[in-house]
Design a binder for this molecule. Structure first.
Ligand code: SF4
Ligand code: SF4
Length: 166
């Protein structure tokens, strides 16, 4: 019953199939970052798979399948971040700097931040996790979402999932 309640809340609170983190040894040395996918519910959706130019998000047998990743193929390009309608894909680059990481986060709000801005970095329930610095903003193309690149303390990559412009 408790597990059902957690699931219905829409907030990911535990490791589940479809919520996929990179393997630690590859993640810490992979320049450009690796994708994190937090999509644990079976829904008819697959743009993460169809947008990935590297074949890192494995083909679905069924449109309702949960995403599965071949991390040896992921380049951290963040095209899936821009295409996922559920805002469930993120990229984290642990090689960005000493003690810091670069998060590539989907962003559909206004105002749009600019490079160099300080922003509040938020967790899954909208709580403030830490401060971040905007390093880049990719403009949306066609039906894609804007992607904001934010540098944060490296130990926050499993917590930061959004930003708030201050
Ligand atoms: S970050 Fe790029 S290479 Fe990695 S899964 Fe997403 S689209 Fe594919
Ligand atoms: S595109 Fe996003 S919401 Fe759709 S299956 Fe992939 S990760 Fe889930």
């Amino acid at each position: 019953m408790e597990a059902l309640k957690t699931f219905e809340s829409g907030v990911l609170t535990e490791e589940r199939p479809g919520a996929v983190k990179p393997p630690a040894d590859l993640w810490k040395r992979h320049k450009g970052g690796l994708v994190i996918v937090e999509c644990p519910q079976r829904i008819p959706c697959n743009p993460c798979n169809t947008s990935c130019p590297a074949g890192a998000i494995l083909d679905f047998n069924d449109i309702n399948d949960l995403p599965a990743i071949d991390y040896e193929k992921c380049t951290g390009c963040a095209l899936c971040v821009a295409k996922c309608p559920g805002l469930a894909c993120f990229v984290a680059d642990l090689t960005f700097g000493e003690g810091s990481a670069l998060m590539k986060l989907p962003y559909e709000m206004l105002p749009v931040p600019a490079k160099g801005d300080s922003v509040k970095c938020l967790g899954r329930t909208g709580e403030t996790v830490c401060d971040g610095r905007v390093e880049n903003v990719t403009e949306p193309h066609k039906d894609r979402t804007r992607v904001v690149h934010v540098s944060i303390p490296a130990d926050k990559v499993n917590d930061v999932r959004a930003i708030r412009v201050v």
